[in-house]
Design a protein. Structure first.
Length: 256
């Protein structure tokens, strides 16, 4: 699948201008056949993109958690200037506090880190050979991190559930037809979200539609149900597996 992806077009979807500049260097290495250099540069790009996302949250929204993480990074780098441990610590901290990194993507990041180490720190032993990543492996890694991380806005994915719910509640009278609501939700929310975010959103909508009883939920139950149904239409198999995997949660519905 990765072989048929146009990386030139994919890079255009990157959110941060600074990340896009770094990724261009990765792509240049890839096109020239320097696959080890491409993977080393891709790791640098990944770590930088996470930092850029935190900066954006601080600059635009005065996000205290993001500021604390930035200050922690700066302290770690100052205390241990020769150590790169702060890089993967940043990945773990961002995964814990934000929705940029799913569990699946976290595994992929660990794999990229291992590849980076194999490329940047070769083992010199008698009879050993240099590590040679193949072009498909390299291209697949670039594609994964563009689609699952670099293309994401940190502001959008740190507050998507509340943003969407407020949006459709305020504008529910505009979307009389499902086609109009579908186009709006897909363009603005669903098609820009990772599977991890969509699963969380599905869980939230299900709770509001089928479990919670209060005046606000009653007022918005129909529009929330329509949004839930359209999300299921978009990712039916994934969300069906989600329900089967957590039957206790999804079987707990209000009967009034």
């Amino acid at each position: 699948m990765a072989n048929h992806v146009d990386l030139d077009e994919l890079i255009l979807s990157v959110h941060s201008t600074k990340t896009k500049e770094l990724l261009s260097e990765v792509y240049s290495c890839y096109k020239s056949g320097a696959y080890r250099s491409a993977l080393v540069s891709l790791w640098t790009t990944l770590v930088s993109d996470l930092f850029f996302k935190l900066e954006e949250l601080v600059d635009l929204y005065d996000d205290k958690k993001a500021l604390a993480l930035i200050e922690k990074i700066e302290k770690d780098k100052k205390d241990k200037p020769r150590s790169s441990d702060w890089e993967f610590n940043l990945v773990k901290d961002v995964m814990k506090d934000y929705e940029f990194i799913s569990e699946v993507l976290y595994v992929q990041i660990g794999h990229l880190k291992d590849l980076r180490n194999a490329c940047a720190h070769p083992t010199y032993k008698r009879g050993s050979e240099l590590f040679h990543p193949n072009p498909e492996q390299c291209k697949g890694m670039i594609r994964t991190f563009v689609e699952e991380l670099f293309a994401l806005s940190p502001v959008f994915h740190s507050e998507i559930s509340q943003k969407l719910l407020s949006d459709i509640a305020e504008n529910k009278n505009i979307f009389a037809k499902d086609e109009d609501l579908k186009r709006y939700l897909n363009d603005k929310y669903y098609l820009k979200s990772t599977d991890y975010v969509l699963k969380k959103l599905f869980r939230t909508l299900w709770k509001l539609v089928f479990r919670i009883e209060n005046q606000e939920c009653d007022d918005n139950r129909i529009i929330n149900f329509r949004a839930l149904r359209l999300l299921v239409e978009l990712r039916e198999y994934m969300l069906l597996a989600e329900v089967k995997g957590e039957q206790a949660y999804y079987n707990n519905v209000s009967h009034s």
